[in-house]
Design a binder for this molecule. Structure first.
Ligand code: GDP
Length: 413
C-alpha cells in the first residue's frame, strides 16, 4: 500500500474540474496534464525512441483514465512544494444538468477551457454561470492558440461580454508566425518557450523584456489592485509589485470570485501545460480554503466544515460500472472514511462496512486505507450504491444532497 501522498498536507490539495464546450479540447488537455504530471515520477528513466514512447504512453493513459470520475496526480511547481491534484470530470453538457450540479459541488475550483478559435460557446456559458452560482473559483485556459484564426484578445472580450467575467490575464501568448510557441508570464516575469516536443525552456526577463512587457504587467496589477487593498497600497505608493505579492493578491481575488486568471496555450502542441499546472497551485483553493457546506438532519440544517476530526460526511457523486463491479466516487467533506468502518448510507438508511478504498491515477489504481476531509476517493464493492447518496457517521446521520438541487423531490418531506 503506497504512502506517497501522505506527506502532502491538505492545504496543498487541489480538487479541480475541467469544464469545456464539446470540441474545445478538454480530453486532449486532460491527457496532457496527466502526462506532464506523470513524467515527474518518470524522471531518471531512459526513453529510447522518445516519440514512439510518448505516443504509447499517451495511448495507455487514455485507456486507463477513460470513465474515471476523478484522477489523482502530483505536481511540484518550480522551486515550490509538492501538491496533490485531483482532476474531476465535469460534464459540460446541459443534458446532464444534475450531474453537472453534483460535480460542481464536489470540486473546489475549476478551469474552463475555451477554444481560441470558437471563443465562448453556449455550453461553457451555461456551466460558467452554474459554477458562479455555486461560488466555485474559476480560471480559464484559451486553447487551440496554434490554429489559424485563433484570437486571444477576442476570446477575452467574449468572456467579458457573454459571461460578465473579469478575466485577469496572467500570461500572454508568444506567437511565432501563426503558431503559439510560448507564454509571457506576467506574474513571475518569465518567458516560457516550448520546443517541438513541448518541452519548456524558462527564461527570467532581462531589462529589455521588462520594458517590452511593462504595460501588460501594469494592466494586470491595476486590474487586481482594484479589488485588493494590500496590492492597491503598494501600487499607489509606487512600490514595485513582486511576483509573490501579485500572486497572493490574484489568489485572494480568485478565491473570492472577484476575477478569473486566464492563460493561453495549445493542448495539441503541449504549449502552456506546465504554466497551467503552476496556476492551479497558485490560484485555486485547497479544501480548507472553501466554506462549509450545508447538510440536512431530522432536526434541521447543520454546517459541515472541512474538518478531519468532525463526524464523517461524504457524498457519492459518481458511480462507474467496471467489469469487476461498481466504483463509487466519493467526496469526503468532514471526518474520516476508513477501510473496515461501518458508515450510515442515506440511500438505504442503513449502515454498511467499507471494504475497499481506491485512488485512480493515470498509471494505475491504488488501494488506500483511509480518506479524510477534502479527499476524493473511490469505494469498491458496493453493489447497490447510487449517486447522490450521503455516507455519514452512524451516530450523526446527515444528508448532503441539497434541497436547492432537487426542490421537487424534497418538498413533500
Ligand atoms: P473535447 O470534446 O473538448 O474533449 O475535445 P478534444 O480534446 O476531443 O478535441 C477536439 C478536437 O480538437 C480534436 O480533434 C483535437 O485533436 C483538437 N484539439 C484539441 N486541442 C487542440 C489544440 O490545442 N490545437 C489544435 N489545433 N487542435 C486541438
Amino acid at each position: 500500500m503506497s504512502t506517497r501522498d501522505t506527506t502532502i498536507p491538505v492545504g496543498r490539495w487541489r480538487n479541480l474540474g475541467i469544464i469545456a464546450h464539446v470540441d474545445a479540447g478538454k480530453t486532449t488537455l486532460t491527457e496532457r496534464l496527466l502526462y506532464k504530471t506523470g513524467t515527474i515520477h518518470r524522471t531518471g528513466e531512459v526513453h529510447d525512441g522518445a516519440t514512439t514512447t510518448d505516443h504509447m504512453e499517451l495511448e495507455r493513459e487514455r485507456g486507463i483514465t477513460i470513465g474515471a470520475a476523478a484522477v489523482r496526480a502530483n505536481w511540484t511547481p518550480q522551486g515550490g512544494q509538492p501538491h496533490r491534484l485531483t482532476l474531476i470530470d465535469t460534464p459540460g453538457h446541459i443534458d446532464f444538468a444534475i450531474e453537472v450540479e453534483r460535480s460542481l459541488r464536489v470540486l473546489d475550483g475549476a478551469v474552463v477551457v475555451f477554444s481560441g478559435v470558437a471563443g465562448v460557446q453556449p455550453q461553457s456559458e451555461t456551466v460558467w454561470h452554474q459554477a458562479r452560482r455555486h461560488g466555485v473559483p474559476l480560471m480559464a485556459f484559451v486553447n487551440k492558440m496554434d490554429r489559424p484564426g485563433a484570437d486571444f484578445d477576442a476570446t477575452l472580450a467574449q468572456m467579458r461580454e457573454k459571461l460578465g467575467a473579469n478575466p485577469w490575464v496572467v500570461a500572454r501568448p508568444v506567437i511565432d508566425g501563426e503558431h503559439i510557441v510560448g507564454l509571457v508570464d506576467l506574474v513571475s516575469e518569465r518567458t516560457w518557450l516550448f520546443d517541438e516536443k513541448g518541452t519548456p525552456a524558462i527564461t527570467p526577463w532581462g531589462e529589455a523584456e521588462r520594458a517590452t512587457h511593462a504595460a501588460a504587467r501594469a494592466e494586470l496589477v491595476a486590474a487586481v489592485a482594484e479589488y485588493d487593498d494590500a496590492l492597491a497600497e503598494r501600487w499607489l505608493a509606487d512600490q514595485p509589485v513582486d511576483a509573490d505579492a501579485l500572486a497572493a493578491a490574484l489568489r485572494r481575488g480568485t478565491l473570492a470570485g472577484l476575477g478569473q486568471p486566464v492563460l493561453p496555450g495549445s493542448a495539441f502542441r503541449n504549449v502552456g501545460i506546465e504554466p497551467l499546472l503552476d496556476a492551479f497551485v497558485a490560484y485555486l483553493p485547497s479544501p480548507i480554503d472553501r466554506p462549509s457546506v450545508v447538510a440536512h438532519t431530522d432536526n434541521g440544517d447543520v454546517q459541515v466544515a472541512p474538518d478531519a476530526g468532525a463526524p464523517l460526511a461524504a457524498l457519492v457523486f459518481k458511480v462507474v460500472n467496471q467489469s469487476h463491479g461498481p466504483l463509487a466516487f466519493v467526496r469526503v467533506y468532514a471526518g474520516r472514511l476508513h477501510v473496515g468502518d461501518a458508515v450510515w448510507r442515506s440511500g438505504s438508511d442503513r449502515t454498511q462496512r467499507v471494504g475497499r478504498l481506491a485512488v485512480v491515477r493515470a498509471e494505475d489504481t491504488e488501494a488506500v486505507e483511509a480518506a479524510e476531509a477534502g479527499d476524493i476517493v473511490a469505494i469498491a464493492g458496493w453493489k447497490d450504491v447510487a449517486t447522490g447518496e450521503t455516507l455519514a457517521d452512524v451516530h450523526h446521520p446527515v444528508r448532503l444532497e441539497t434541497i436547492q438541487a432537487q426542490p421537487a423531490v424534497l418538498s413533500w418531506r
